[in-house]
Design a protein around this ligand. Structure first.
Ligand code: ADP
Length: 538
């Protein structure tokens, strides 16, 4: 994988001097982890009548990661190669990331919702050498899809399936065969370790690159602020293929030598059951997770007495929800704001008055700065809405092969595309977005991609996709379509067409408005805000 090392090196001196980059990798932490302690409790429910648990000690986790690394090395995978894995929160996910670290390879986690269309682009851009998928998950045949992708992608040399067998691919278990150790790791703290695709606002996904230094420099102050340590039991219901799940469900527990409990398919009753069974103390997820768990527990379905902290991030958090969740779950509710590019940048504090968690998204973690500016780049007065920018240790090191998309300026300020207000204590509240995405239950819908694809439909003359409010998911997507003269376009036409294009199901708009005309500015730009108003009022 090729990336611009110059950019990393230019930040290095200042970051090391400030003590924010500690020049260690997760393998250094793994080497210090208590060997006989449970590292992972992976609880599989998909397709099963009763949950199936896999418990791995740190010794076993390390052993399996070593074997996977050795077997990948034997297949020619080495430093800088991309290993892509489209996996749910299964133990294989964590093992693969640690194996990549041992090899000096780049981990490229992929959301299980992605289909051939998204994956063809992502794997080609990453020049993926190895792809690992579940044989089947939530009724979808990932094995067959992966084999089909291999036939199309010349760099993709190896496909492995976990939890089953598929013709044309190897079983994941082959990676656990006895093999001689690979010896010294090739990994340095400034090497890129993770490639994570995030929804583009430009019509294609952007590949966010992180190093050990950028990632761990977020987790150290995060753990400090929330008083997390080796005794915590970290429950992760959010997909580890999102930055939230990856950093706080996979990397954080290993860094702390704590136990991670991994949930593969989210449901509130199962989450409550897992928290109770494993005495989980910490969990984190987007608003719908907090909402559903709170409703379930409030309805008498279960209790979460061990839970100390629930961090809610990734989407706007309704004030009333935070107020209800705290007494219901018996946990401190922490509001946070972050991005794949930076991890959690702002969080509230454990001892903040409740009003901070209900009305703000927190203040910056150590090593990060936030500011709110006007369109001319000038800081706005306290309480005024403006563009949110962030700077510091956990900012990513660039987008794969697209340096032009990086909005980090020469002074290190990254333009987030979010709008925010800041109070006089430095706490921010996200007020909206200047970037064109829709966040459906914490999942970003790449609006421009959906629009571009619909635009190619022969019956469509014009199309825009905008979000409309939804109580549970925050937002859903609606397509406004102007058909060509004499053409018809129905909701069924839209969903069938997008599914045939092998687009992720979650990206398909859930509402269609057929219109004769779209509202425009004098310069001809479609006024999406007007369409949002129309939807809000209907
Ligand atoms: P993740 O991988 O954590 O979901 P993404 O990079 O996909 O992160 O999405 C980041 C975006 O999510 C932010 O730019 C912002 O628009 C939105 N977001 C994150 N946290 C909050 C929050 N607390 N309130 C409102 N929006 C948020």
């Amino acid at each position: 994988m090729k990336y611009d090392q110059g950019k990393i090196l230019s930040r290095r001196a200042a970051m090391v001097a400030s003590g924010d980059w500690l020049d260690v990798t997760l393998l250094d932490h793994l080497a210090r982890a208590p060997l006989d302690k449970t590292a992972i409790v992976a609880i599989r429910t998909d397709g099963l009548t009763a949950p199936a648990e896999t418990r791995l000690t740190y010794r076993e986790l390390d052993r399996r990661a070593g074997l996977v690394a050795a077997n990948l090395r034997a297949r020619g995978v080495g430093p800088g190669d991309t290993v892509s894995f489209q996996l749910p929160n299964w133990w294989e996910f964590s093992v693969l990331h640690l194996a990549c670290l041992k090899l000096g390879a780049v981990s490229n986690p992929l959301m299980v919702i992605f289909r051939e269309r998204e994956l063809s682009f992502m794997l080609a851009l990453a020049e993926t050498k190895v792809l690992v998928v579940p044989e089947r998950f939530r009724g979808f045949d990932h094995g067959a899809m992966a084999v089909a992708l291999k036939a199309k992608l010349p760099d993709l040399a190896h496909v492995f399936v976990a939890g089953g067998s598929v013709e044309g691919a190897e079983d994941f278990t082959a990676l656990l065969s006895p093999a001689p150790g690979i010896g010294q790791t090739a990994l340095a703290p400034d090497d890129v370790i993770q490639l994570l695709y995030t929804s583009g606002t430009t019509g294609e996904p952007k590949g966010v690159l992180h190093t050990s230094n950028t990632m761990l420099s977020n987790l150290v102050p995060f753990a400090d602020r929330l008083a997390l340590g080796a005794d915590d039991v970290i429950h992760m219901p959010s997909p580890m293929a999102h930055q939230l799940g990856f950093m706080y469900g996979l990397v954080l527990p290993v860094m702390l030598g704590a136990t991670a409990v991994l949930q593969d398919v989210f449901s509130a009753p199962e989450m409550a059951r897992q928290i109770a069974q494993e005495s989980a103390t910490f969990t984190m997820g987007a608003t719908p997770f907090l909402n559903d768990l709170t409703e379930y527990v409030a309805g008498g379905g279960g209790a979460t007495p061990s839970l100390r902290v629930f961090v809610s991030a990734g989407a706007p958090i309704p004030r009333a929800l935070v107020a209800k969740a705290r007494p219901t779950l018996g946990a401190t509710i922490i509001s946070a704001w972050g991005m794949s590019e930076n991890g959690a940048v702002t969080t509230t504090n454990l001892d903040d008055p409740e009003e901070k968690a209900t009305t703000t998204d927190g203040c910056a973690l150590k090593g990060m700065e936030v500011r709110v500016i006007d369109p001319d780049g000038q800081p706005v007065p306290t309480g005024t809405e403006g563009h949110l920018q962030v700077r510091g240790c956990s900012n990513f090191v660039g987008y794969l092969k697209r340096p032009d998309l990086d909005s980090t300026d020469a002074d290190g300020w990254f333009d987030t595309g979010d709008l925010a207000r800041m109070d006089d204590q430095g706490y921010i509240r996200i007020a909206g977005r200047s970037k064109d995405i829709i966040i459906r239950g914490g999942e970003n819908i790449p609006v421009v991609e959906v629009e571009n694809l619909l635009f190619r439909h022969p019956a469509i003359a014009e199309v825009v996709v905008v979000g409309y409010p939804d109580e549970r998911l925050g937002e859903r997507a609606c397509a406004f379509v102007r058909p060509r003269e004499g053409e018809q376009f129905s909701f069924a036409d839209m969903t069938t067409y997008l599914a045939d294009q092998k687009m992720a199901r979650q990206y398909i708009p859930e509402r269609l408005e057929v219109v004769a005309e779209l509202p425009r500015t004098p310069s001809g730009k479609v006024q999406k805000f007007r369409l949002r108003e129309v939807l809000r009022q209907s």
